[in-house]
Design a protein around this ligand. Structure first.
Ligand SMILES: C[S@@+](CC[C@H](N)C(=O)[O-])C[C@H]1O[C@@H](n2cnc3c(N)ncnc32)[C@H](O)[C@@H]1O
Length: 220
């Protein structure tokens, strides 16, 4: 997969250079390109924003730099342009699974009041919200979406790992324990030490349902 990111802050993309996204790049399964929008800004100050028509507070990201930057990114029918925004469809695990089968994603990171509506109307294929709250800019939301997608690219991690994660099936994951079995008097549930696979499976399923019912009954 190829991922391009159009951003005013390429320096904040550290998380995509470490852990699983770094491994995906090392294995040749992901090609990441960060584009500094400021380089496409207008005039001596490389301006990328302006005041809103109709008045009001805040600045709006102008069309010119975003259109120009996107023109430098290879285009094909497979290219999918994503604009994370609070006004988008809620981003779910199902969306991550679907995006993981794409070959080329481009993220446009908004800032200020967001981008000029004409960018959204003409360049953007998908709009996703990562939750009902407002972040300062689209770098974090782009990274959240990209990270959720990257770990699902075939070959990046073992399918058994993500297939047991929360949201993959219905509901949330079960509790996890590791060594030592007794830590400062805190015991690991007996059943997990029994070696009885059927009972362990049953216990995990029951705990997963219990947690889901308690915190996310809407998922059941
Ligand atoms: C300050 S926000 C703009 C908020 C916008 N005026 C609104 O109320 O919908 C700046 C940028 O942060 C990103 N952003 C903020 N909250 C987000 C969310 N919940 N999901 C996805 N992206 C978000 C978007 O890219 C947005 O353009």
């Amino acid at each position: 997969m190829r991922i391009d990111v159009i951003t005013l802050f390429p320096e904040v993309f550290g998380p995509l250079h470490s852990s699983i996204p770094a491994r995906a790049q090392d294995k040749g399964l992901l090609e990441l390109h960060l584009h500094w929008l400021r380089e496409f800004g207008a005039g001596p100050h490389h301006q990328v924003d302006d005041t809103p028509f109709g008045g009001g507070p805040g600045m709006v990201m102008t069309c010119g730099p975003i259109f120009d930057c996107l023109d430098t990114i290879p285009d094909s029918p497979e290219r999918l342009v994503i604009y994370p925004t609070p006004q988008g469809k809620p981003f779910l695990q199902q969306d991550a699974i679907e995006l993981a089968s794409q070959s080329h994603l481009v993220f446009i990171c908004g800032h200020y009041e967001g981008v000029d509506q004409r960018v959204r109307d003409t360049l953007v294929d998908r709009e996703y919200s990562i939750g009902d709250y407002v972040l300062s800019s689209g770098e974090l939301s782009s990274m959240v979406i990209a990270d959720a997608v990257i770990r699902l690219i075939p070959g990046v991690i073992k399918p058994e790992s993500y297939q047991q994660d929360s949201f993959f099936k219905k509901g949330l994951d079960h509790p996890h324990y590791t060594k030592p079995a007794d830590f400062r008097g805190l015991q690991v549930p007996e059943v997990l030490l029994s070696g009885h696979h059927k009972n362990i499976e049953k216990w995990r399923e029951e705990r997963a349902i219990e947690t889901t019912r308690k915190v996310r009954p809407d998922l059941l």
